[in-house]
Structure formats: structure tokens, C-alpha cells
Design a protein around this ligand. Sequence first.
Ligand code: NAD
Length: 367
Amino acid sequence: MRIAVPRERTALEARVALVPESVSKLVKAGAEVVVEHHAGTSASFSDEQYTTAGATIAPDYASCMTGAHLICKVQPPTADETAAIPEGAAVICYLQPAVYPDAVQRLNGRKASALALELVPRITRAQSMDVLSSQATISGYRSVLLGASALGRLMPMLSTAAGTLAPAKCFVLGAGVAGLQAIATARRLGAIVSGFDVRPAAREQILSLGAQVLKVEGADAEGSGGYAREQSAEQAQKTQDAIAAHVAQMDLVITTAAIPGRRAPLLLNEAAIAGMKAGAVIVDLAAESGGNCAGTKAGETVHVNGVTILGPINVPSQASFHASQMLSRNILTLLQHLMTTEGTLNLDATDEITGAMLVCQNGTVRS
Ligand code: NAD
């Protein structure tokens, strides 16, 4: 099987789908791997490292695609990229079919079998293939660094000859994978940290990290599969009021709340932001799915009455080396699940993992 790893061309994408360590394992398993020139450069992996791992370097995108049976990418292929994909090849990348139906239709037009990385089922067996978790870990960590850099104050308490500095107060809204990593990172930087989530299990996890939990009566909203569900309108108002009172004391607020398949819940309204201290910073990690905060602009930094609101997009790409390393291990484990002992791909739509990720196959878009 010939596996192609092209260079990402989308703006702000510095990751690469397979790093040399994974390439080496695939080559040892009998695959032929072709990597486009400079595919790993923005993630600090050189062509030489890929060659040492057993890959061939293709000078451009078209020659990287020639004869490929499987293409491993990060972002969905553009129209031009799709046109060069060999008919009937398999493609593994982020696809977000609900957001980018055109990309799926284009791939289907090439009779490609496309697997969407973000549709990995959140089951124990698929944990090591779970890009949602691996990349959220990076986002949570980076969100605190972004926020700390935008603050005009330091995070830890410092007693110095020039006086004592009070520690920053940091609040993390949504304690899933990203939120818990943000809490741990803010604690390491010395902030006084509190958190909130509508899932009782997440609140336990906040406490286990040594942070405080914002108490909101009747806030529980656990849905199926360990995910959150939407709160009733009345409860959502109560939660917003409690959050507004709490953020008035905060220096740094990180918001990560999400509900699968829905717009991100609005947790910080205009009044809550108006009540915050001048100099406070909000990092809205939900910016790409609508934002948890009124006024968030995806990809921009806005200032409202002295409060800075960051709406970063593609945060994992900012730590492209480790993000690629984790993404690549996720893809490698997925490939080990899909590859037969003869080294071919078995895309069995009845398999729980493959079926959940397969968005089109044999010229048919799967619903
Ligand atoms: P997510 O990105 O969907 O949401 C982030 C957090 O926002 C969640 O903790 C959610 O409860 C919270 N949230 C939603 N609405 C909120 C509101 N109104 N106020 C406050 N918080 C709100 O979540 P995620 O990080 O992807 O993980 C969610 C769940 O999936 C967790 O239970 C996690 O343990 C589980 N999970 C399972 C696996 C696995 O078994 N393979 C892997 C990763 C995560």
C-alpha cells in the first residue's frame, strides 16, 4: 500500500498528519510512504528525518499523489487538491461533513473512501485514535499561555524586594479534556484556579486537580455518552447569573464549553463582561463553534471596556510539533486497526470505529 503525506496548504495549519516515527512503523509493516517536500517543516520535521524513517520525498503535490492508495492529511482537501487524488483512494483527515459538505461531495466524486478524524467514537477501544482528546489537550495548555501573555499581571504570587504581587485568579468554564488541561496549566503557573462544568463527574475532576468549583444549584446537565446536554432556559439564566458574579473577581477566564453537534453555549453575556475588571482577559476556546462569550470574534482579539477577549482558531497548530506527534500516533493506531495482515486497508462499514468515521465510500455519501 502506498501512503501519501502531502504538505498542508491551508492558512494557519502548521501540523503534518504523519511524523517520521509513525512513518518508520508503517514502513516496517510493509507500507510504502511518500512525503511531499517540506510537509513536516512547519512542525519541525525535516525531509531528512522522513528519508531516514524509510519514506520517499516527492518534489510536489501531484507527484506525491501519483499511485497513492491512502492519503493522510490534516485539513480537508481543497478542490484543487481533490482533483489530483487518485480515483478510489482512501483519505484520512479532519472533514467536519456538517460544516464542509462540499469537501465530502468532492471526495465522493473521486469515489474516495473518506474517514473523518473528528468522528472517532469516544469509546475506550478507540481512545488512542482520539484526535478530539489529543488536540484538546494541546488547546487547553496553550489557552493559558495565550491568556497569561495577554494579561498585564503575572500569574503567581511573588514576594520581592519591590513588594508583594497577588496571584492571578483564573476561572475555567467547561472542564472536559481542554478545560482540565487548562486548570492544570494555570495551577502550575501559580494562579488561584476555579472551574465549572454542568457534568458532576467533571466537577469532581476539577477538585482532584486542586482547583475550586463554582457552585450553581440545579446546574447538572449530563446527556448521553458522558457528554453535556443543553440546560433549560430558566436554568441557563441561573447559571449565567452565577457565572457573571464569579467572573467579576477574575483576572483570566478560559472558556471551553461545548455540546456535540450544537452551537457552543453562550455563558458570558454582555452584562457579565461589563462587570469584569479592567485588564481582565478571556480566552474563548469555543470561538470556532460560535463562542461561549458575547463579543468573541473567531481569529481576532477584541477589547470591550478594558476586557480583552481572545478568540483563537486552530490552537493545536500553534504547538505544531507535539500536536503533529499526537495526531500522528492517533492516525497510526487507526491505521493499525484498518490494515489487514497483507498490508491492505479493510474499510468495513459494519465495524464500530470504521463505520462511525467513514463519511463516503464507493461513490456514496453515508448519512
Ligand atoms: P466537549 O469538548 O464536548 O465539551 C467541553 C466541556 O464543556 C464538557 O466537559 C462539557 O460538559 C462542558 N459544558 C457543556 N455545556 C456547558 C455549560 N453550559 N456550562 C459549563 N460547561 C459546559 O467535551 P470533551 O472534552 O470532548 O469531553 C467530554 C466527555 O467525553 C467527557 O466525559 C470525557 O471524559 C469524555 N471522553 C471520553 C473519551 C473516551 O472514552 N474515549 C475520550 C475523551 C473524552
